[in-house]
Design a protein around this ligand. Structure first.
Ligand SMILES: [Zn+2]
Length: 430
């Protein structure tokens, strides 16, 4: 018998899915909006946006049928560096104003997809009780793509190379100035700063891969809890309760160091109770469509909690006790194996591997080679007693054989050093 054991953040999919099925029953008995939200995500899915990379033009063509009807209005609130319109969609006529903005980093589109579905639900939801409640008590303003130029290239920065989320103090970019102007004209009670974070993030050391991280950003360097930030913390705690049921073990807290040039922190300081929602990744969700559904449920439950003021009953400790985001350098660690050399001999070295696209788990690259017992990875395979037959661009020529960090790699794990011996596993899986 050969030891061959997998552990880590991403290999518990079956367990998570059965936990979700079990909690669905509990959620059904507690008829809040988690279920309504999930139902909404399917019923009102904007199907023209089908994967996580789409342009400004594609977004607004997809949304066009749902704008300027049934209480949904759209206005242009600014233009990007390259002249694309930054648009805000508003729904509701209630006294409490809520502002949500997404994709200020152009390659972080999960919440934009979710906002598209929420906008369609507002336009077509008719007499749905949650829609009526929101309509009556809230005025919801959504900016679903703050950085359209970045989205065009699916890059973090705007066309001038500026990180808009580090421009909240100077307001040099038209995108940042547009967001500030909308905030100042509305003076919303609540704000939602919607982002995506790296897939190589665990819920604390050794924890599962984070699907959602929450933060009530600090409004000063002492990280004081005044009334504005305290309200945001209550709301984040309320959201964490629902998330614990839906994605147990996959909820975390984002680092709350004060960043004096970031929007979440300054909007909190300017008097809007702001929650940062970071979408991470879920196993087997390469285009983040499951995370999109989760976002729809989360955003609608947040609006419901504000409309009913249910969030004031939440225990801040639910938020405080969330595990903290823990960044991990590698996706996969192969521990205890032997790398087979071109002459048939073998070196006892571990391999750390990372995906070029860790969400979709595409493009496997060499991260590190050697004695890696203290190195961290999202998943670890114990390959003691096994042999690693590697293929990289340079190993194709046995006379000029190298393993080079950063180079693409495929590994066949075999029982022996002989290239014909029994295959245990192929990485990546075919
Ligand atoms: Zn971001």
């Amino acid at each position: 018998m050969t030891a061959f054991r997998a552990s880590g953040a991403r290999l518990l999919v079956a367990a998570v899915l059965s936990a979700v099925a079990a909690t669905d029953a509990a959620i059904a008995q507690n008829p809040c909006c988690e279920l309504a939200g999930r139902d909404t995500a399917d019923r009102f899915r904007v199907g023209a946006i089908a994967d996580r990379r789409f342009t400004h033009a594609e977004l607004w063509v997809a949304l066009a049928p749902y704008l300027d009807r049934a209480g949904v209005s759209v206005t242009t609130v600014g233009h990007s560096v390259q002249g694309r319109a930054i648009r805000a969609v508003t729904f509701g006529s209630g006294p409490v104003r809520v502002l949500l903005w997404s994709q200020m980093h152009g390659d972080e589109s999960t919440a934009t997809m979710a906002l598209a579905d929420v906008i369609r639900a507002f336009a077509e939801g008719g007499a749905d009780p949650l829609r009526s409640l929101i309509d009556e008590r809230l005025t919801v303003t959504m900016i679903p793509m703050l950085n359209p130029d970045g989205a065009e290239r699916f890059q973090r920065y705007n066309a001038a190379g500026v990180d808009i989320n580090r421009d909240a103090r100077r307001l040099a970019t038209p995108e940042a100035a547009a967001l500030k102007a909308v905030r100042d004209s509305l003076e919303p009670a609540f704000g939602f700063n919607l982002h995506d974070q790296g897939a190589r993030t665990a819920a604390g050391p050794g924890g599962l891969q984070v699907a959602i991280a929450l933060l009530a950003p600090a409004a000063d360097s002492a990280r004081t809890y005044g009334p504005v930030r305290s309200r945001a913390r209550q709301l984040a705690a309320q959201l964490a309760v629902g998330l614990h049921q839906r994605i147990p073990g996959r909820v975390a807290k984002y680092d709350d160091t004060f960043t004096p040039r970031a929007f979440g922190d300054l909007i909190q300081q300017w008097g809007t109770s702001t929650v940062l929602i970071e979408s991470g990744a879920l196993p087997d969700d390469p285009e983040k469509q499951e995370l999109r559904r989760l976002n729809v449920a989360l955003l609608l439950s947040a609006l419901e909690a504000i409309a009913t003021e249910r969030y004031v009953e939440a225990d801040p400790e639910t938020y405080e006790q969330l595990p903290v985001n823990h960044r991990v350098a590698n996706d996969l660690l192969l521990l205890g194996g032997q790398v087979v050399l071109p002459d048939g001999s073998a070196l006892p070295v571990d391999l750390a591997l990372s995906y070029d696209d860790p969400v979709a788990q595409r493009g496997l690259l060499i991260g590190d080679i050697g004695d890696l017992h203290e190195v961290q990875a999202m998943d670890t395979l114990d390959v003691r007693g096994l042999y690693l037959h590697v293929a990289t661009p340079s190993t194709l020529d046995p006379r000029n054989w190298w393993l080079v960090r950063g180079e693409p790699i495929a590994v066949v794990v075999r029982r022996g050093g002989d290239p014909q011996s029994q295959v245990v596993r192929r990485i990546p899986e075919p």
